[in-house]
Write a protein that binds this ligand. Structure first.
Ligand SMILES: [Zn+2]
Length: 154
């Protein structure tokens, strides 16, 4: 019988045997600063989950001006992939989001998913990207490489 790790997510498989190497989950569903900005904008605008931003401008201080809207969809309901068709005729809305609002969106993400918002539960973050060496990774410092949301108890 496997012992329970302090940091195991609820639905995680049994912990690896002592001494075994754990492969970080680099394919874990992502969440990042751009997603958090979009979530913060939706909260501020009272916009539905379909709202996305397509332009961002950094303002003095920590504020960001976002412009976005609800992109066009095909007849079958799937999003259009091409940028021009996707946003053709869409009237954009501008909204300023603060760093505190983005952080609040990260907190919501962590509460809802139990995943660390910095690494999206992967336990690792990209350290560098290079044409010559590809991607290199480092342990996520926010969650101590557990992938688990540090703000969520239990
Ligand atoms: Zn993390």
């Amino acid at each position: 019988m496997a012992s329970l790790s302090l940091f195991d997510p609820i639905d995680a498989p049994d912990p690896p045997a002592p001494g075994a190497t754990v492969a970080p989950d680099r394919e874990a569903p992502g969440y990042g600063f751009f997603d958090a900005m979009a979530a913060a904008a939706r909260v501020k605008l009272g916009a539905p989950p379909e709202w996305e931003w397509y332009a961002a401008k950094l303002l003095p201080g920590d504020d960001t001006l976002l412009e976005g809207g609800i992109p066009n969809r095909r007849q079958d309901g799937t999003p259009r992939k091409q940028g021009k068709e996707r946003w053709a005729g869409v009237k954009g809305t501008q909204v300023v989001v603060t760093l505190a609002e983005i952080a609040a969106a990260c907190d919501v993400y962590e509460r809802e998913t139990g995943r660390c918002s910095d690494c999206a539960g992967a336990g690792e973050r990209i350290k560098s990207i290079s044409v010559h060496t590809g991607r290199t990774w480092r342990p996520c410092t926010r969650c101590g490489a557990t992938g688990r949301a540090p703000t969520v108890e239990g």
